[in-house]
Design a protein around this ligand. Structure first.
Ligand SMILES: C[S@@+](CC[C@H](N)C(=O)[O-])C[C@H]1O[C@@H](n2cnc3c(N)ncnc32)[C@H](O)[C@@H]1O
Length: 315
């Protein structure tokens, strides 16, 4: 892996996934301008900086204030890089149309977010039931579970956790909250474990529900839907869009978006003089890339990762 001196990835707590594949897909030019939409602990960002020359530029985004603190350290004294504390669905507000040569999205949560009990993401570590990537914005998981109807909770768990026990779990949550508010990850994990019949081997019974609540609380799918068109608009001709997804709900959105953006609008198919706005905006670059055995061994988080890339076609 490349990296400028003092630019080692992250703080050692988040191993960047599919790093070489992401750098290759971005096809970094030393004097280009690149965006890391999901800074995390800067694993990918540090490696991108390592490939930039003096004229190059890196703009990093993350909605997590702790990522912001990590960026302040990684980018200290680094004139080529800046960090913007924002959701990536706000990319378009910060990036001029056609101004960047590559944008990377490494979706989901970082290892430090999962590992810190106080962030409330993990059913393995007892902590406040929060799950917000930006704890200053929006509704925590505890607040959602306190106010949502049983039906709403069941739908979230079924749709975003793909858990067939969603209704049963929602019923148990509503019964438990009538005794006392559910404010800790430990209590929620216990309620779910008691509600779910049988055990899936190798998987905690709360895995799917915690995933669902996390995706819901952070509106993760809505964020991706809103961000991708803005990312394409920000790309210069031949600029690259690279997305690493970690579960099928994310990847489905990315695949559908790429499918549509790589075709001309169906109503113009086969017609002459297709107007610019109806033409294909992207061309696919290669096939989907998955982590190899060695990477999965080193970093089990890479097991479910899939990288897709596309290139902006000239308007
Ligand atoms: C998988 S981690 C990225 C890790 C990073 N590539 C690295 O190597 O350190 C995902 C990061 O994206 C951030 N994130 C997720 N959704 C976001 C959104 N909608 N807007 C901004 N940041 C987001 C999370 O806070 C998290 O820090």
């Amino acid at each position: 892996m490349s990296g400028a001196p003092g630019m080692e990835p992250g703080d050692g707590k988040h191993a960047p996934v599919l790093l070489d594949a992401a750098l290759d897909a971005l096809r970094i030019r030393a004097d280009g301008c690149y965006v890391d939409a999901t800074f995390g602990r800067g694993g990918h960002a540090g490696a991108i900086l390592g490939r930039l020359g003096e004229e190059g530029e890196l703009i990093a985004f993350d909605r997590d204030p702790e990522a912001s603190a990590a960026a302040a350290t990684l980018f200290a004294g680094e004139p080529r890089a800046r960090f913007i504390h924002a959701r990536f669905s706000e990319l378009g507000r910060h990036l001029a149309a056609g101004s960047v040569d590559g944008i990377l999205f490494d979706l989901g949560v970082s290892s430090p977010q999962l590992d810190e009990a106080r962030r409330g993401f993990s059913f393995l570590r007892d902590g406040p039931l929060d799950m917000r990537m930006d704890p200053q914005a929006g509704e925590s998981a505890a607040d959602f579970l306190a106010r949502a109807s049983e039906r709403e909770i069941a739908m979230v768990i079924q749709r975003l956790g793909e858990d067939r026990h969603g209704r049963r779990i929602a019923r148990a949550i509503v019964a438990a909250r009538s005794i006392a508010p559910i404010t800790t990850t430990g209590r929620l994990a216990g309620i779910i474990a008691a509600a779910v019949p049988g055990r899936e081997p190798g998987r905690h019974p709360a895995t799917r529900s915690f995933q669902a609540l996390r995706i819901h609380v952070n509106d993760e799918l809505g964020e991706i839907e809103r961000a991708l068109p803005q990312a394409v608009a920000a790309l210069a001709p031949a600029g690259r869009l690279v997305v690493i997804s970690f579960h099928s709900l994310e990847d489905r959105i990315v695949k559908r978006f790429l499918r549509n953006a790589t075709r001309e609008a169906p109503e113009w198919a086969g017609m002459p003089d297709v107007p610019t706005e109806a033409r294909a905006r992207l061309a696919l670059v290669g096939r989907a890339v998955f982590a190899d055995e060695a990477e999965v061994q080193r970093n089990p988080r890479a097991r479910s990762a899939v990288l897709r890339a596309a290139e902006r076609v000239a308007a």
